[in-house]
Design a protein around this ligand. Structure first.
Ligand SMILES: C[S@@+](CC[C@H](N)C(=O)[O-])C[C@H]1O[C@@H](n2cnc3c(N)ncnc32)[C@H](O)[C@@H]1O
Length: 261
């Protein structure tokens, strides 16, 4: 069998960075890879594999570039309003303390957005918000909780005053919100999922996965939810056949775990 340069590259990348290129969609992944290689002036996968092997900084750059970290507070504000006005009250009726997971949280703005909503709805509530991402560096950004104005375009002046404090680099999420969120590194394609969750947000993450990888992740989300629990997905990530994995659609981008009858 001939030597396939890309297969070798894929193998090397997985060994060096933990990123499994097999689970990412072909064209999108190739485009991102090509852009990065052009920027670095590299013209072969073999040369890139060698560089990644030798250079720590290049490895970190690869991970950040590859796992695209774009996010903002209350991304799709109308959906967050629906979360606050419809689904959080629904979940609170079933359980006074909610267990929430922001999967692929990026810089934490998604997790802090939910924490803010929970604080507004139940000021004395004791909820847990778990926020995970595969990318260690972006989790450090989340831990710091400092954001530029462009990340805060959907934050009202009242919320800005109540839940943020001025910081030399923008605004920092106040401690009362930061302490509601637990940050943890986790790869959705490899690692164990939490169980007994009331609400999972996984938005703008699985778009990069192949169909089989995406289906498996959704199936595992379904298993992780309590009966009646809610899964909130991104605007381009609808689930084709939700009932096959024990979910039902309750509103665009919101799914509920079907209860045993
Ligand atoms: C575009 S951001 C989405 C952030 C946020 N959920 C939102 O909608 O604004 C995608 C995030 O998914 C993360 N990601 C990519 N592959 C992942 C994987 N296999 N496991 C966990 N997170 C992953 C990336 O590191 C990145 O931070």
């Amino acid at each position: 069998m001939g030597f396939n340069e890309f297969d070798y590259f894929r193998y090397k990348v997985s060994a060096l960075t933990g990123v499994d290129l097999n689970s990412y969609k072909g064209p999108l992944m190739e485009r991102r890879l090509k852009t990065l290689m052009t920027r670095l002036g590299i013209d072969s996968y073999l040369a890139y594999a060698r560089l990644l092997e030798q250079d720590d900084a290049r490895r970190e750059e690869f991970k950040s570039w590859f796992t695209i970290n774009v996010s903002e507070f209350f991304r799709n504000p109308d959906k967050f309003e629906e979360l606050q006005n419809v689904f959080i009250p629904y979940l609170l009726k079933r359980s006074p303390s909610l267990k929430v997971w922001s999967a692929g949280t990026s810089n934490g703005s998604e997790a802090y957005s939910v924490a803010i909503i929970l604080k507004e709805t139940t000021p004395f509530g004791r909820h847990q918000v778990l926020a995970t991402d595969v990318d260690k560096e972006i989790l450090e950004v989340a831990r710091l909780g400092v954001y530029k104005e462009r990340d805060l375009v959907n934050v009202s002046p009242e919320r800005l005053k109540t839940f943020f404090e001025p910081h030399p680099d923008g605004y920092r999420v106040r401690e009362s919100i930061r302490r509601m969120v637990t940050l943890r590194q986790q790869d959705l394609l490899k690692d164990e999922f939490e169980t007994n969750l009331d609400l999972i947000l996984c938005r703008n993450v699985v778009i990069y996965f192949t169909e089989p990888a995406k289906n498996e992740v959704f199936q595992k989300f379904s298993r992780s939810l309590k009966p009646g629990g809610i899964l909130f997905v991104g605007a381009t990530e609808s689930i084709i056949n939700p009932s096959q994995i024990g979910l039902e659609i309750v509103s665009p981008f919101f799914y509920r775990k079907i209860e045993d009858r």
